[in-house]
Design a binder for this molecule. Structure first.
Ligand code: NOJ
Length: 536
């Protein structure tokens, strides 16, 4: 059974999901304690962001040991328990794999620092001599801001596309390849159902490490279509790696999956990652970035479906994750605003009411689309971004490396609220929370929404139940012409319509609404509302 083709996969960001010991940082026992919530919500799988030993220079995306659990998150036995308990509830488990870079504290990098230039230890990373003028080997700037190279006392430089604490591995080195194949096996043997592959488009660099003109490397290849491909992203050599990995996964029972985090455009280039002998899925960031207009939404849906169909893979859909502004806030910014990297107290603030209304409509549209959908923890509560975090609480390396020019991603990573009247809104047993929670989290806490008709939580539950009952997600989609600025299509016996226009849209005669993201009267669908309807 290819469960992943239409799966709804819920992202848990462990440090902000549930804290079992009161230290203010979420942990794996906390996740285990809340698995019933995920089962009740009705998702198919959980993807956990990294929980491995790490100095936390980038919230765990700097891994010091790929085969253990960081003490702040628990122990290896807690990971085993999580896998068992999730499986007992019919939930699959996907873990995060970070192969582009290790932590600077990884034994390999420590050995490289201690070894001489030209040594076997240094060859596992990207070490180079500087230019004759004493400058770094090339002009690359880190995704987080500042130079992408750091110099050692012996004069050599090492590459880090992200933070200085995240040295890039050298994927031309067979030892690196063998090590990661072994890491895959380690977690497959423990029973995981798949891997989300971090920066999947970055492992292989253009051999000449040619200069690149952009001042701060965007993670995405967007805007480079037709022009030169950035020398650090989407090089053809990455595909061979994933073909090897696919063989390993396929040698295990059950359908274990690989999911690419590859910020690659256009959609056809991204589709290369999900050819039949490579990964199973790739995140559809073009969808996440699409403007809130009927034309933009319809066109990205058409493009995405066509590109993935061409390689026989399912399309995926995503609106929020731990790297972007939560969609309940993003959609409250003026339409067409380029997505900012975080919002600070001094920035224009999103319209919270409008944002939530559109977020609910966007989610209901997304959950009706054929393919697999990703949810980010807390979106089922309609959580907004924390847009007024005090600067002294910020932890994202982007904030530090840009000297505050980019506020970064902390605002979407705030610990989530479970109980309105408990300390830390039920995040943990104490009032500690590694990032401060905004007061609006009280009214949005889970216990304020369960059983409340019209709450965002109940909307998600109803949508996921209906999705399962009606077979949404694995059907075909056929567009329907309805007057107005709308996206309308039929799928799995339902008519789905989102109204982006300023005036109400009319459902066809005989249509009966079965679920709506906001109040509807009769056949009239108000602005920024999605409905699922049955046609008699
Ligand atoms: C993508 C991850 O989602 C992000 O959080 C991280 O900072 C970078 N990759 C670097 O690992």
């Amino acid at each position: 059974m290819k469960w992943w083709r239409d799966a709804v996969i819920y992202q848990v960001y462990p440090r902000s999901f549930a804290d079992s010991d009161g230290d203010g940082i979420g942990d794996l026992p906390g996740v285990v304690g809340r698995l019933d919530h995920l089962a009740a919500l009705g998702v198919d799988a959980v993807w956990l962001s990294p929980f491995y030993p790490s100095p936390q220079a980038d919230a765990g995306y700097d891994v010091a040991d790929y085969r253990d659990v960081d003490p702040i998150f628990g122990r290896l036995s807690d990971a085993d328990k999580l896998i068992t308990e999730a499986h007992a509830r019919g939930l699959r488990v996907i873990v995060d794999l970070v192969p582009n870079h290790t932590s600077a504290q990884h034994v390999w990098f420590q050995a490289a620092l201690a070894a001489a230039p030209g040594s076997r230890e240094r060859d596992r990373y990207v070490f180079r001599d500087g230019k004759a003028d004493g400058g770094p080997p090339n002009s690359w700037q880190s995704v987080f801001g500042g130079p992408a190279w750091s110099q050692l006392p012996d004069g050599q430089w090492y590459l880090h596309l992200f933070d200085t604490g995240q040295p890039d591995l050298n994927w031309d080195n067979p030892e690196v390849r063998a090590e990661f194949e072994d890491i895959l096996r380690f977690w497959l043997d423990r029973g995981v159902d798949g891997f989300r592959v971090d920066v999947a488009h970055g492992l292989v660099k253009q051999a000449d490490l040619a200069d690149w003109h952009l001042p701060m490397i965007p993670l995405t290849t967007e805007g480079t279509e037709g022009g030169a491909r950035p020398p650090m992203w989407d090089q053809d050599g990455v595909h061979e790696i994933y073909r090897r990995w696919r063989k390993i996964l396929d040698s295990y029972p059950g359908e274990r999956i690989l999911v690419a985090e590859a910020w690659v455009q256009p959609a056809e280039r991204l589709a290369a990652y999900i050819r039949p002998d490579e990964m199973h899925q790739a995140f559809n960031f073009e969808y996440l970035e699409a403007a809130w207009t009927a034309a933009a939404q319809r066109s990205v849906i058409e493009r995405s479906l066509a590109a993935s169909a061409a390689v026989g893979a399912p399309t995926t859909w995503v609106l929020s994750n731990h790297d972007v502004i939560r969609h309940a806030s993003r959609l409250g910014l003026p339409v067409g605003t380029p997505r900012p990297n975080g919002i600070g107290a001094g920035d224009p603030q999103p319209d919270a009411g409008l944002g939530l209304r559109r977020a609910r409509a966007a989610t209901l549209l997304m959950l009706a689309l054929p393919g697999s959908a990703y949810l980010y923890q807390g979106e089922e509560l309609g959580l907004p971004e924390h847009t007024t975090l005090p600067d002294e609480s910020r932890q994202d390396p982007t904030w530090f490396r840009t000297n505050g020019a980019s506020v970064g991603r902390d605002g979407c990573r705030v610990p989530i609220p479970w109980e309105a009247d408990a300390p830390s809104y039920g995040f943990g047993p104490s009032d500690r929370s590694w990032l401060p929670q905004p007061p609006v989290f009280a009214e949005l806490a889970l216990d304020r929404q369960v059983g409340v008709p019209g709450s965002t939580y109940e909307l998600y539950v109803a949508a996921l139940r209906l999705r399962r009952e009606t077979g949404l997600g694995h059907g075909e989609l056929s567009w329907v012409d309805v007057p107005g600025e709308v996206v309308a299509f039929r799928t799995a016996d339902l008519l789905v319509l989102t109204n982006f226009g300023a005036t109400p849209a009319q459902l066809p005669e005989g249509a009966e609404v079965v679920l709506a993201s906001g109040p509807v009267a009769g056949r009239e669908v108000p602005t920024d509302v999605t409905v699922w309807a049955r046609l008699s």
